[in-house]
Design a binder for this molecule. Structure first.
Ligand SMILES: C[S@@+](CC[C@H](N)C(=O)[O-])C[C@H]1O[C@@H](n2cnc3c(N)ncnc32)[C@H](O)[C@@H]1O
Length: 205
């Protein structure tokens, strides 16, 4: 299943990327600077959006099929370090990075609280988490009910992707200060993955 997921990911996402996601990624990643780590970098869709203010770039990806695609794409850029690592056990010392990037990943980790504790640990005080995640449809009860119904099946076919997480609440609960947040519907996506949040959260100390 993970081989198939890696093979179809880019074509499956193409119309959504063109409709909005690419622009959102570009806007968000202008804020990535210094030593940067990306969680679950997948096929490397964010790579074109990292600018010259990024001094070191580490892309982590636990899935071998995704990582193979990521290595090919990252190979086109100098000095990008691709690592096999899960977000809940990052193989880095405390306070190593200025920026952590997570796009469409915290829906899939086994334990969001544990992953966010790792994010906080590897960030330097004052460092930032840049996030873009799909979330529970709290403002649409009928859609939320469908998300709940379909979540067990969706998790199995879509790489443990959960539909009803409230990732922005989890980020605050993990001790981050959310400095910017936008809620917006993802255009040209399936209705169950349309509600999204993106923004910037700071580790204060
Ligand atoms: C929907 S894809 C998103 C890929 C990419 N971040 C993007 O924005 O297009 C979800 C990614 O999360 C990765 N993933 C799943 N479990 C993970 C974990 N525990 N830690 C880090 N990444 C994980 C998957 O392998 C996959 O590459």
């Amino acid at each position: 299943m993970s081989r198939l997921f890696a093979a179809i990911y880019d074509p499956f996402m193409r119309s959504t990327e063109q409709a909005c996601l690419s622009r959102w990624r570009a806007d968000l990643l202008t804020q990535a600077s210094g030593d940067v780590i990306e969680l679950g970098a997948g096929t490397g869709v964010n790579l074109p959006f990292y600018g010259s203010q990024v001094t070191r770039l580490v892309l982590t990806e636990p899935d071998g099929h995704m990582r193979a695609k990521l290595r090919t794409r990252a190979g086109l850029r100098p000095a990008v370090d691709v690592r096999a690592a899960s977000a809940d056990a990052l193989p880095f010392d405390d306070a190593t990075f200025d920026t952590v990037v997570s796009t469409l990943v915290l829906c899939s980790v086994p334990d969001v609280g544990r992953a966010l504790a790792e994010v906080r640990r590897v960030l330097r005080p004052g460092g930032r988490l840049l996030f873009l995640e799909h979330v529970a449809a709290d403002d649409r009860p009928a859609r939320l009910a469908w998300q709940r119904r379909l979540e067990p099946l969706w998790c199995r076919v879509a790489g443990n992707c959960h539909l009803t997480r409230r990732t922005d609440e989890e980020i605050r609960a993990a001790g981050f200060v959310v400095e910017e947040q936008i809620r917006e519907s993802v255009r040209k996506a399936l209705p169950i993955v349309r509600p999204s949040v993106r923004g910037v959260a700071r580790r204060e100390r």
